[in-house]
Design a protein around this ligand. Structure first.
Ligand SMILES: NC(=O)C1=CN([C@@H]2O[C@H](COP(=O)(O)OP(=O)(O)OC[C@H]3O[C@@H](n4cnc5c(N)ncnc54)[C@H](OP(=O)(O)O)[C@@H]3O)[C@@H](O)[C@H]2O)C=CC1
Ligand SMILES: O=C1O[C@H](COP(=O)(O)O)[C@@H](O)[C@H](O)[C@H]1O
Length: 498
């Protein structure tokens, strides 16, 4: 069984950077899946744009080979027949803005709304916007989609924001953070605001601390140049982890409109306590992986990766204690942890509730453990609630045990089609809904805080702590959280009933 199909209005969907990795790996397969579930309007037209001198036939072959290579399933010929007819290709160097008329000439129906997806490096965004405006494709109903990294600090993010906002209004700009397209992240809003048990127990009166872990098994996958300039703080914390944090920490929006939700997220970002050279040692750890084993296979260290410059001090791991100085969260640490080449690919949010103020069960537990709400984001989306229960039986003593209420969302909703992040995000752009996209001020405010961390690191010592690939990061990370009398939740897929 599939979810009900969501249809979208007809559009011209232009992919700038059609030859690139993002277009081939993510966008083409996502568009095909939307075709498959009937979510693309019959009159929607897809135009690839790039510097390659391809004719239409060559481009169609590239589209097909992208599906063969990057889709998990094989191509259905009926769907392919419909899908492949939508495409055309336009040869263009986007720096030659006077040539954008060629793009316009390729569009069969100028009455349709145009969605411009910039699968291109950020330094080209200004030219593309200018070129589009020269041929009138920045009209009010048209949209642009841009991808991270949006800058590498506050100043460069501002430059990008001002380049695009010169030609497009904020309501036309869709900034992708693909984590916002993940089903489990969307479910956080429902969990928090549709369930009074959580809604009314979500602040510093009831919550002790929060942990957010996004661990990866992959290394840098041949992206040395990009990654070494960024590091895990800019690549993952500034975007995905801070987005998860804002959704967990935001106050209830008064409706589900994009601006209402984003207003609340921005308030959280503005409340993040800045980091400085006095605090950095105690609350932040950065690491870099050395050679080790992932799933039993040997993997090289960061400095042995292809393209490495051997003495890089870029971090591939970050763990950090974040303080939110607002009324709801003052005194509740949010611990973030993310790294490449860790023990397993696993993302979760763990909410540790406060312990009861009196312990009536000292015969079983000298100190009662916290109730934990574990929200598993990937893989195997689900929710676990750990509570204490009495072990059945006679006897004078109460014997208690931590038990687990487990929701495996994939199993419960096994009949439903779960959209992949890019499928969801492309659908939302076509529907014109901006909730799952990041507003300019979220980008700028998250950079402001990230800059404070990176600057403090640059002013203290310059070396990341080493950790072996296949572990949970440097021992200093365990030490950092232990200083707050906490310890990292042991990531496990034990309760998922896969
Ligand atoms: N790949 C991914 O999964 C992700 C990528 N991103 C971001 O998306 C952007 C694109 O990434 P990715 O696809 O990996 O990069 P690639 O280098 O693979 O592709 C970029 C494309 O841009 C084209 N291009 C560059 N300059 C021009 C120009 N002047 N005129 C026309 N075309 C031009 C290139 O064309 P040519 O082939 O002719 O050089 C190339 O096809 C980057 O900012 C990246 O950080 C974000 C998230 C995920
Ligand atoms: O944006 C990025 O995300 C990926 C991780 O994404 P996921 O969906 O596989 O969890 C990360 O590997 C990459 O470095 C980063 O640029």
């Amino acid at each position: 069984m599939r979810s009900k199909t969501t249809t979208t209005q007809a559009c011209n969907f232009i992919i700038f950077g059609a030859k690139g990795d993002l277009a081939r790996r993510k966008l083409i397969p996502a568009l095909y899946q939307l075709e498959k579930i009937g979510s693309i309007h019959p009159r929607t037209f897809i135009l690839g744009v790039g510097r390659a001198e391809w004719d239409l036939l060559t481009y169609i072959k590239i589209v097909r080979s992208s599906l063969e290579r990057f889709m998990k399933e094989s191509i259905n010929e009926n769907i392919w027949c419909r899908f492949s007819k939508r495409f055309d290709f336009c040869n263009l160097d986007v720096n030659q803005t006077e040539q954008f008329v060629h793009v316009l000439n390729k569009l069969k129906n100028l009455d349709l709304l145009t969605i411009n997806y910039f699968a291109m490096p950020p330094h080209t965004f200004g030219s593309i916007c200018k070129g589009l405006s020269l041929v009138g494709l920045n009209k009010e109903r048209n949209r642009i989609v841009i991808e991270k990294p949006l800058g590498m600090n506050f100043d460069s993010a501002r430059v990008i924001n001002s380049q695009v906002s010169k030609y497009f209004h904020e309501t036309q700009i869709y900034r992708v953070d693909h984590y916002l397209g993940k089903e489990a992240i969307l479910n956080l809003l429902v969990l928090r605001f549709a369930n009074s048990v959580f809604f009314s127990n979500w602040d510093n009166n009831t919550i002790d601390h929060v942990q957010i872990t996004v661990s990866e098994e992959v290394g840098i996958e041949g992206r040395w140049g990009y990654f070494d300039a960024m590091g895990q703080m800019r690549d993952m914390v500034q975007s995905h982890l801070l987005q998860i944090l804002t959704i967990i920490a935001m106050s209830p929006p008064f409706d589900l409109s994009a601006d209402c939700i984003r207003d609340e997220k921005v308030k959280v970002l503005r409340s993040l306590r800045m980091i400085n050279t006095n605090t950095i040692h105690e609350i932040a750890v950065r690491g870099q992986y050395t050679a080790g084993f992932i799933n039993g296979q040997p993997v090289p260290g960061y400095l042995e990766e292809i393209g490495s410059n051997k003495d890089s001090k870029t971090e591939t791991f970050v763990s950090i204690k974040v303080n939110i100085d607002n009324w709801r969260w003052f005194g509740v640490p949010f611990y973030l942890r993310t790294g490449k080449r860790l023990a397993m690919k696993y993302s979760e949010v763990v909410i540790y509730f406060k312990k009861p103020i009196l312990n009536l069960f000292k015969d079983s537990y000298s100190i009662l453990p916290n109730n934990k709400l574990i929200i598993r984001l990937q893989p195997y989306e689900g929710i676990d609630m750990q509570i204490l229960s009495k072990i059945p039986g006679l006897g004078n003593k109460n014997r208690l045990k931590i038990t687990n209420l487990n929701l495996n969302l994939r199993k419960i909703f096994s009949g439903e089609y779960i959209l992949d992040a890019y499928e969801r995000l492309l659908l939302e752009v076509m529907r014109g809904i901006q909730v799952l996209f990041v507003r300019y001020d979220e980008i700028e405010d998250s950079w402001r805080w990230v800059d404070s961390v990176i600057e403090a690191w640059s002013l203290v010592d310059g070396v990341p702590k080493l950790y072996k690939a296949g572990t949970w990061g440097p021992s200093e990370s365990t030490e950092m959280i232990r200083k707050g009398n906490h310890h990292w939740n042991k990531c496990t897929l034990k309760y998922t009933n896969i």
